[in-house]
Write a protein of this length. Structure first.
Length: 160
């Protein structure tokens, strides 16, 4: 079942890359406090994700913070090393919390997994964005197909 407005973010182990190496953290610790903008991408370094989705949130980071957003987080079904390399390649720094969902457990727990096996990608996350408050979904911006239309930083900003 797909997560919906009013639902609480499930407790799932995620990983983030730190100076000391991969650091496990729970989804509720990462996403459960304050106002959070979460966006999910099918994969780090993929064209739409790397050229449009992540850069949009990076470009609008100051505006999102001005609207009261405490945390901006990106999650993908990739390992922490890939997410760390993507963070560094796109010069994200600490502006966006890059979360690795290595086995796709978070994508499955929120009901937003996408089977891209025919494309050679395995099971990934669907592309979406969400506004969370204290771990509860306030709005979900789910893409209906390929492309980035509903889950952009601009759409999230307009809803805040």
């Amino acid at each position: 079942m797909t997560i919906a407005t009013g639902d609480r973010i499930p407790e799932v182990k995620l990983t983030t890359m730190t100076e000391e190496g991969p650091k496990p953290l729970s989804s509720t610790d990462a996403l459960g406090k304050g106002k959070v903008v979460l966006f999910a991408v099918p994969g780090a370094f993929t064209p739409g994700c790397s050229d449009h989705h992540l850069p949009g949130f990076l470009l609008r980071e100051d505006e999102l913070r001005a609207k009261g957003v405490d945390t901006i987080a990106c999650v993908a079904v990739n390992d922490a090393f890939v997410m760390g390399a993507w963070r560094d390649a796109k010069q994200v720094g600490d502006k966006i919390l890059m979360l690795a969902d290595g086995s796709g457990n978070f994508a499955a727990a929120v009901g937003l997994e996408w089977d891209a096996t025919k494309m050679g990608l395995g099971v990934r996350s669907q592309r979406y964005a969400a506004i969370l408050e204290d771990g509860v979904v306030k709005q979900l911006f789910l893409e209906n197909g390929p492309g980035i239309e509903h889950s952009t930083a601009d759409k999230v900003l307009a809803a805040l």
